[in-house]
Ligand binder design. Structure first.
Ligand code: HEM
Ligand SMILES: [Cu+2]
Length: 504
């Protein structure tokens, strides 16, 4: 199979990409085990102190989001590397800062007992009477700060790179095409480059929002400043959190744009519509975050309406362009079915179903009931675990096989299907429990919701998922050494000219 990644191998950047991806994958596996123990605790198959449950969901939530984002960042580095010059120093500085941040989190949670949840909702992180120490809150916040800084440095590396390749950020975002209504002629940037550029700009904005949120928390933690407006803080933290989760999904979509064509044997061209919709993310990612604030009636009605309209209206375009575009690519294409292409199709499924679950919960009258039930983790585990995460590990598998030159064992396709079945069963039990009124973040199952039984079934499906992941991890580890070796002999500079998707 002809591979764009291999043709333009840029060894040093690919090594950075592999490190980002494999560290992200290892963290994901560890934190997945924590998830399984939480399900087993609800199934009453594993005794767990409620305080420990709180610590686990704090560690699992914060860590998972960081792990998957790290993997997606690595994937984008690999995707860009054949034709974009990425500053390696920035890539490594970003990685070290990020990892430093990731290390603070378990220290804060497991040693310091910090368990305010990954959302660190103000004023919880400074409420020490809730059972944690001020140093543990400090360490957790420091963890977030470093993760955000690391991500910001990565964004900078991407922006310098794509701007350099295309002669400015405007061109890298295909603005000449977008603003000419599609009349621009000549080669256009690859779709994945447009996504990477848009998300990197958006990412720097998100990092700044995160910093604005963290400053008063640090101030209060160190007794340098007093209380601040809790409503403003809640708006800020959900703007930040909603963004970080969403941008991970779009980076995952960028990875799909780059590898699905290799399995379908057709190019995924940059069209006016797709470029426009990706640029629309600047607005469409921003508006829906108010759906996190429906229960805060003081947040004024117009903002709730923006949340409602934003969630319905603007979440959809990229999803449609990606999924309809992807399915169009696959349709009657003589698709090559392998682990990555199966995972990508599972990812389309999860993105759509998780998205529907999200829209249900983003509907105000329904939110009144489902808010803070297991429906919430149900929908985001669906579009994450069976969406973005499937895209990122599909890419990891593709890259490793591509570099190592190994032929994929045909049997491993079973592992990809098991991933889908195990994941779907796991999230379905979350959905049912949520609809039955089981609260989220509760250490103890609530009687009358059926949660104990549902969690037991959910645990069995999670075990299946675990089996699939162990299988894929085994394949990956076997190929890692040859893959790494191949990068050593590769060129040290981007070698491919981005002729990209011609405007269509
Ligand atoms: C690998 C399989 C996974 C399992 C078995 C799992 C399991 C769980 C469980 C049992 C909870 C606690 C639900 C509650 O009591 O409210 C939870 C929460 C959470 N999970 Fe997962 N999860 C998995 C994957 C993921 C992934 C891939 C992500 C994100 C990238 C993720 C992000 C979160 C977040 C953000 C929370 C919420 C914590 C909170 O409410 O503060 N999980 N997960
Ligand atoms: Cu949101």
């Amino acid at each position: 199979m002809a591979s764009t990644l291999l043709n333009g191998r840029n060894g040093p950047a690919l090594r950075a990409a592999l490190v980002y991806l494999y560290v992200g994958f290892a963290l994901f596996l560890l934190l997945g085990l924590l998830g399984l123990t939480m399900r087993l605790a609800h199934a009453e198959a594993l005794p767990m102190d409620p305080a420990l449950y709180d610590q686990f969901f704090t560690l699992h939530g914060a860590g998972m989001i960081a792990a998957v984002l790290l993997g997606a960042m690595g994937g984008i580095v690999a995707v860009l590397s054949p034709h974009v010059h990425l500053d390696l120093r920035l890539l490594w500085i970003g990685f070290v800062l990020y990892l430093l941040g990731v290390c603070y989190i378990p220290i804060a949670v497991l040693l310091g007992g910090f368990s305010a949840g990954w959302t660190v909702l103000y004023p919880l992180p400074v409420a020490y009477q809730a059972g944690w120490t001020s140093w543990s809150a400090f360490a957790f916040l420091l963890g977030y700060l470093f993760v955000a800084l690391g991500f910001g440095v990565w964004c900078l590396a991407v922006l310098l790179g794509t701007a350099g390749t295309y002669g400015g950020l405007r061109r890298a975002m295909a603005w000449p095409l977008v603003f000419s209504g599609g009349r621009a002629t000549g080669p256009q940037p690859y779709l994945q480059d447009i996504v990477a550029t848009v998300i990197a700009i958006y990412g720097i904005g998100s990092v700044l929002v995160g910093a604005v949120y963290l400053i008063p928390l640090f101030g209060q933690n160190l007794s340098l400043s007093g209380a601040v407006n809790a409503l403003l803080m809640k708006n800020l933290v959900f703007l930040f959190g909603h963004n970080m989760v969403n941008l991970t999904i779009y980076l995952g979509a960028g990875l799909v744009y780059s590898i699905l064509p290799l399995y379908a044997g057709r190019p995924w061209k940059t069209s006016w519509l797709s470029a426009f919709v990706i640029n629309l993310l600047f607005v469409s990612m921003l508006l829906p975050f108010f759906h996190h604030m429906y229960q805060d009636f003081v947040n004024t009605v117009p903002l709730h309406l923006i949340g409602e309209i934003g969630s319905y209206g603007s979440g959809l375009p990229v999803l449609l362009v990606t999924i309809l575009g992807g399915l169009g690519l696959v349709y009657r294409a003589g698709m090559r079915w392998a682990v990555p292409s199966i995972l990508i199709l599972i990812g389309f499924w999860g993105w759509v179903f998780g998205g529907i679950g999200a829209l249900v919960d983003a509907t105000i009258p329904i939110n009144q009931i489902y808010h803070n039930t297991l429906w919430v983790p149900a929908h985001f585990h669906t579009y994450y675990l069976l969406g973005a995460v499937a895209f990122v590990w599909a890419f990891l598998y593709h890259l490793t096989a591509d570099l190592s030159g190994h032929r994929e064992p045909g049997l491993s396709r079973t592992a990809a299907w098991l991933y889908g079945i195990g994941g779907a069963g796991f999230v379905l039990m979350f959905f049912i429990a949520g609809a039955a009124g089981m609260p989220r973040r509760y250490a103890i199952p609530v009687a009358g919701t059926g949660e104990t039984t549902l969690a037991a079934i959910g645990s069995a499906f999670t075990a299946l998922l675990g089996l699939a992941l162990a299988w894929l991890a085994y394949d990956l580890l076997r190929q890692l050494r040859p893959a790494w070796r191949r990068t050593l002999g590769a060129s040290t500079e981007p070698t491919v000219r981005p002729t990209g998707g011609a405007a269509t």
